[in-house]
Ligand binder design. Structure first.
Ligand SMILES: [Zn+2]
Length: 487
């Protein structure tokens, strides 16, 4: 079998920055709220005024430990913070507080569901650091203005950087890993992982080498990957570019490249020669931090069931397909909602169909957040609706309209069915005149059907359903039509 990369293989490592879900910043009491007026959430500490002392946000530290435990990492009993020195206008102190040689955690792993196989990725380390500010480049009437603005609201916001070993070998596996990572971080309440708000950012280290080689090829680092789709495209593009360089007799240069989503390729941002020497050293303003084994255990005990375990349980004890379980567990709030419904009903599969199909569609159309679903549609309401369909009181088709109505009005499904006269028509006597009417009005379709075009029957059934606004029992309509037409 030919391989898309020919005789080459791809080696990928990912560095993911996630914003920790805290109310305040990592070393001061400023708010972390997204979308606030520029420079409205700043103080002398996060803007680097002389003489100010940072104090570690305990909640951010615990969230970091919690994430590390969810990623099966070892927790360092002693950790410290370092200054990473570089000059950039978005960095008021001219150093970033990060962790250099003693991160809060290392040596973990994460397993993700790849396409037809399990992707196991080792986590090299996870450490805490503060975010930088944000540069804004205003437009003037003649293009970009000749000045930039800086917003320090983000400066000092707590980040966890999660670094993998170079264990990934395809863009699809990288996608699977990131999807799983995002779910784990959301399940554990560590981050909202909203890429549009910058609370999950990813850099990729990529190299290629001849299949079976033991030495790694020269890698490039790709930055500016702000969607999972772009990550896959950038990895595909960059690996192909490196192979072309090698095939042409050249050598890959170690450099940082930027993904340009408009052009659809990576381009050089800076070469290794221009790379920063950060001159890291321990931050003298921050005490080293000690955590006891008991405290680590206390945090470990608060971890919820992880998405992978939940998927397995949905398949094994609720009889769902892998695909259904994947969809239902992708969001913890949806999974919780489904379980609350399933607890009230003997056939989880039927409820899964409602949640995955109609309910998700309605949620999309109404921009209804999963978190507010149980309030808008209490589980008992959905179960009542599902039962009306199962018991044949209403058709599945009408059930869809009733669901929309329940969501709009908040009324019970049974009430809506009674008030609007939506009960299923399963009485041959009531349907026969309609069947006759449809046959009389659709002479061509009837002739087609009699001439052997079997699909014509579906059109006739559809006509009868329309006449009854979806209330007719479809199997009965089918039988009545077939009887009349002499099938
Ligand atoms: Zn501050």
């Amino acid at each position: 079998m030919s391989h898309p990369l020919g005789e080459y293989e791809l080696v990928i490592g990912l560095e993911t920055h996630v914003q920790l879900k805290t109310a305040t910043k990592l070393f001061c009491g400023c708010a972390t709220r997204f979308g606030a007026e520029p420079n409205s959430q700043v103080c002398p500490i996060c803007t680097g005024m002389p003489g100010m002392l940072p104090v570690l946000n305990r909640h951010a530290y615990e969230l970091g430990v919690r994430a590390a435990l969810a990623l099966h990492c070892e927790i360092a009993p002693f950790t410290k913070f370092d200054r990473k020195n570089y000059f950039y206008p978005d960095l008021p102190k001219s150093y970033q507080i990060s962790q250099f040689d003693v991160p809060i955690s290392k040596n973990g792993w994460l397993e993700a569901a790849g396409e037809g196989h399990t992707v196991r990725v080792r986590i090299h380390r996870a450490h805490l650091e503060e975010d930088a500010g944000k540069l804004l480049h205003p437009e003037s009437p003649v293009g970009r203005a000749d000045y930039s603005l800086v917003d320090f609201n983000r400066s000092g916001v707590p980040l966890l950087e999660i670094v993998t070993e170079p264990d990934l070998t395809t863009p699809a596996d990288a996608h699977a890993y990131l999807t799983e990572l995002k779910q784990v971080l959301q399940y554990t309440g560590i981050s909202d992982c909203d890429m549009e708000k910058g609370s999950l950012r990813c850099d990729a280290n990529v190299s290629v080498r001849l299949r079976g080689a033991t030495v790694l090829g020269t890698k490039t680092e790709i930055k500016n990957l702000n969607s999972f789709k772009f990550i896959v495209k950038a990895l595909e593009h960059e690996s192909e570019r490196q192979i072309r360089v090698l095939e042409g007799g050249g050598r890959v240069v170690q450099e940082t490249r930027l993904w340009d989503p408009v052009v659809g390729e990576t381009r050089v941002m800076r070469s290794k020669e221009e790379a920063h020497d950060y001159r890291s050293f321990p931050d003298p303003d921050l005490q080293p931090f000690v955590i006891t084994a008991e405290e680590v255990e206390r945090i470990r005990r608060t971890l919820p069931e992880m998405p992978a375990a939940r998927r397995r349980r949905f398949v094994e004890s609720s009889g769902l397909t892998e695909r259904d379980a994947e969809i239902l567990t992708a969001d913890r709030a949806i999974a919780d909602y489904f379980e609350a419904c399933a607890a009230l009903h003997a056939a989880p599969k039927l409820l899964a169909n409602w949640v995955i199909g109609e309910l998700r569609k309605e949620m999309n159309e109404r921009h209804l957040e999963a978190e507010s679903l149980a309030e808008k549609l209490p589980p008992a309401r959905l179960v009542e609706l599902a039962r009306l369909v199962e018991d044949g009181k209403i058709t599945r088709l009408v059930g869809k309209d009733v669901l929309a109505e329940v969501l709009t009005s908040g009324a019970a499904a049974g009430r809506i069915v009674a008030d609007k006269g939506l009960a299923q028509i399963a009485d041959a006597g009531a349907l026969e005149p309609l069947v006759d009417k449809v046959i009389a009005a659709n002479g061509k379709t009837v002739a087609d059907y009699r001439a052997g075009k079997k699909p014509a029957l579906a059109a006739l059934i559809g006509q009868v359903m329309r006449e009854t606004k979806g209330k007719a029992n479809a199997p009965l309509v089918t039988k009545l039509l077939q009887d009349r037409l002499g099938a």
